[in-house]
Design a protein around this ligand. Structure first.
Ligand SMILES: Cc1cc2nc3c(=O)[nH]c(=O)nc-3n(C[C@H](O)[C@H](O)[C@H](O)COP(=O)(O)OP(=O)(O)OC[C@H]3O[C@@H](n4cnc5c(N)ncnc54)[C@H](O)[C@@H]3O)c2cc1C
Length: 308
């Protein structure tokens, strides 16, 4: 990167130079970025993005890093963490607007205390509201777009609120927000008044099920592949006998075949090799081209060849 000295003058938030991204991903994997920035507020976020765009520096919006596999060489440019700038929640009766940086499990608990239901099944999704919107995250038969009524985004400095019917979304994918220059600022959700105790019981049931079926004690990115139509990626991987497959310090979980776990000290290339092997084996055996749910960032084209 060229001279970035002026960044410390325009930027009022926290900034780390050459920051290892393994500190900011659930996988605990990922090389450094040039700058890891945590803007103070939305004005500050806008200024930072304006600075990057004016100087043609790459930037990447980071939530909680729970759906990311970041390459061992890291990311060039700016990684922008919106957890502080977008940390508000606004509640009007049963309508809640949550900032993109709010941690989803925390939002679930906050709503539970107020007797507001409809998102209790998301208690085990360890990401931000912004990440959940970008991914259309979901579980137990429900996805975030089932409760969203509007999303506020910023693009090239302009802020716009879009109603749900203006957004094109599908299973773990939101076409309208594919452009990486779109920053999700907040989401508005219509919830339902429900007995707080009942909500708490339901949440605990969902969490218990997760504990029984997923390796949540080890670093991962959750499900690596999307489920093919009318089937489960985990079933296909399991049928291929790939549970327990190990490369370096990464392995296919023996508890849930669609999770690749970091057993400690795994490198991104270990996980990538496993992904490649799963894709090839499942395709050979079932003719199914598994599609990635995890987002791969900071890999060279050579590394990604034959993958996507
Ligand atoms: C143990 C475990 C269990 C999981 N279970 C589930 C599950 O049940 N269901 C499910 O759907 N997912 C699950 N996940 C995956 C992950 O938690 C979700 O996809 C989550 O919504 C990602 O949010 P995040 O804040 O961590 O996003 P990140 O991983 O930080 O980012 C994901 C993508 O969103 C983009 N992004 C993040 N914030 C913004 C923003 N404000 N504006 C624009 N773009 C943004 C990033 O650029 C990136 O492209 C699981 C993960 C783990 C580790």
């Amino acid at each position: 990167m060229q001279n970035t000295d002026d960044i410390t003058q325009i930027f009022k938030g926290v900034i780390f130079e050459n920051e290892p991204l393994s500190r900011h991903t659930w996988y605990q994997i990922g090389g450094p970025c040039d700058f890891y920035c945590i803007p103070e507020d939305i004005d500050n976020l806008k200024e930072l993005i304006g600075y990057c765009e004016k100087n043609r520096y790459d930037y990447f919006i980071h939530g909680k890093g729970s759906n990311l596999l970041i390459g061992d060489n890291g990311i060039r440019g700016f990684v922008i963490d919106v957890s502080k700038a977008c940390s508000f929640t606004k509640i009007e009766k049963s309508i809640i607007t949550a900032g993109a940086g709010v941690y989803m499990p925390k939002l679930v608990l906050e709503c539970e205390k107020l007797g507001l239901g409809g998102i209790e099944m998301f208690a085990g999704i360890p990401g931000s509201v912004g990440g959940a919107i970008k991914m259309n995250a979901g579980c137990h038969g429900k996805e975030i777009f089932d409760v969203l009524t509007a999303v506020t985004v910023m693009q090239h400095g302009s802020t716009v609120t879009m109603k749900k019917d203006q957004v094109e979304f599908g299973y773990r994918h939101v076409k309208t927000f594919v452009d990486p220059a779109i920053v999700i600022l907040s989401g508005t959700m219509q919830l339902e008044y429900t007995d707080a105790e009942k909500l708490s019981e339901r949440r605990k049931e969902f969490m218990k099920k997760r504990q029984q079926t997923q390796p949540i004690n080890l670093p991962s990115s959750g499900s690596v592949f999307k489920n093919p139509k009318n089937d489960h990626a985990a079933r296909l991987i399991d049928q291929c006998g790939l549970k327990g497959l190990r490369i370096g310090h990464a392995s296919v979980s023996t508890k849930h075949a669609n999770f690749i776990v970091n057993e400690g000290g795994a490198r991104a290339t270990d996980v990538l090799q496993i992904i490649k092997q799963i894709k090839e084996t499942v395709f050979k055996r079932f003719g199914v081209a598994l599609e990635l749910e995890v987002k791969l960032v900071g890999f060279s084209q050579d590394e990604l060849n034959n993958l996507i």
